[in-house]
Design a protein around this ligand. Structure first.
Ligand code: EPU
Length: 304
């Protein structure tokens, strides 16, 4: 109701506006000449529960990791691999956040949306959300505001997802439990990713590109040990590897830099402007394009 009022009062349809979550996946290239809306819609409500599963509706303005911690404490399975991802619940659906072999869409049942053009609310079932790697129908329709997300988590017979990277190795010797998986994911993240509260970054800056088999074959001739993952539609090559090969790891241009522990992350070493980060992005894209013929596309949302 407040959202409807705000949109009417401010007459936002005539102005430039932007609805954001926690802001940790945004790069502002300058001051934003418009109105920024940030949801304060809180609340976590169990809407259905049986012996097998629970359905829980969570307000868009809840901190994502608070929800994951709550689910783990309750003994509900499914979201533990997504521990410590920065940001909020609404954005988890917009961005289809993902880590360590799990994506938000694996636990989303439906998404409640407010259409700012029609002034109406509607519920979008997962099958219509067009979830993809770091994307959804919500990302393509910025006039829709996510107000809550309905998740379904399991209570029994859960298959842990430990096969990504070094998760299983890091779990070695620990009892297989929800809490231990969460703590292990948190340890791995902390060892590789800077906390946005401590060092400005937006997590992975680029998406991992999926290239045609022929592009991969060509790289393989020159770099025998190129890491790769076969996925639908081609071969995924880690952007972190491509950036490393171009010599960017740990480098800086002005105060904008490439994180030494994970070159997919661009960091602000203090005082870099959005334009400087953008400039670094373009320099990296140019190197990777020249060396490998691959155009890296940004994973962060660039606000111009
Ligand atoms: N690699 C290197 N050099 C490095 C680090 C990594 O070559 O210094 C290569 C290695 O081959 C490694 C591969 O990159 O196996 C993958 O690295 P990592 O497992 O750290 O994951 P990522 O592909 O760089 C993705 C997500 C992250 C997510 C992790 C874990 C994207 C764009 N990024 O990163 O998501 O946390 O996997 O699942 O898909 C984010 O979206 O902001 C984000 C941090």
């Amino acid at each position: 109701d407040e959202l409807k009022q705000i949109l009417q009062q401010e007459n936002l349809s005539d102005k430039k506006w932007l609805h954001i979550g926690g802001g940790s996946n945004l790069l502002f290239t300058g001051d934003y000449e418009g109105v920024i809306l940030h949801s304060a819609i809180k609340g976590t409500e169990i809407v259905y529960e049986d012996d097998e599963a629970v359905q829980v509706r969570v307000g868009a303005g809840e901190v994502w990791d608070d929800f994951v911690a709550y689910a783990v404490n309750q003994g509900w399975y499914g979201a533990e691999n997504l521990s410590l991802i920065p940001g909020e619940v609404g954005a988890s659906a917009v961005q289809n956040i993902g880590a360590y072999g799990v994506e938000a869409c694996d636990v989303i049942l439906s998404v409640e949306v407010f259409d700012t053009q029609k002034g109406t609310f509607f519920e979008m079932p997962k099958s219509l959300c067009e979830f993809e790697y770091r994307g959804s129908i919500f990302k393509k329709n910025p006039h829709w505001i996510v107000v809550s997300v309905l998740f379904e988590l399991t209570k029994k017979e859960h298959v842990y997802r430990l096969d990504y990277g070094n998760v299983r190795e890091q779990m070695h010797g620990k009892e297989l439990s929800l809490d231990n998986v969460r703590q292990t994911i948190i340890e791995i993240r902390k060892s590789k990713l800077p906390l946005p509260s401590e060092m400005g970054s937006a997590g992975s800056f680029f998406k991992n590109p999926v290239v045609q088999e022929s592009v991969y074959d060509d790289i393989k001739l020159r770099y025998e040990d190129v890491p790769f993952y076969r996925v639908e539609g081609g071969v995924k090559i880690p952007a972190a590897w491509l950036i490393s090969q171009c010599g960017w790891k740990g480098k800086s241009v002005g105060m904008a830099g490439v994180y030494e522990k994970q070159p997919l992350i661009l960091v602000n070493r203090g005082g870099a402007t959005g334009a400087e980060v953008l400039n670094l992005m373009e320099e990296i894209q140019e190197s990777v394009r020249t060396e490998f013929g691959i155009l890296l596309s940004p994973e962060v949302c660039i606000i111009r």
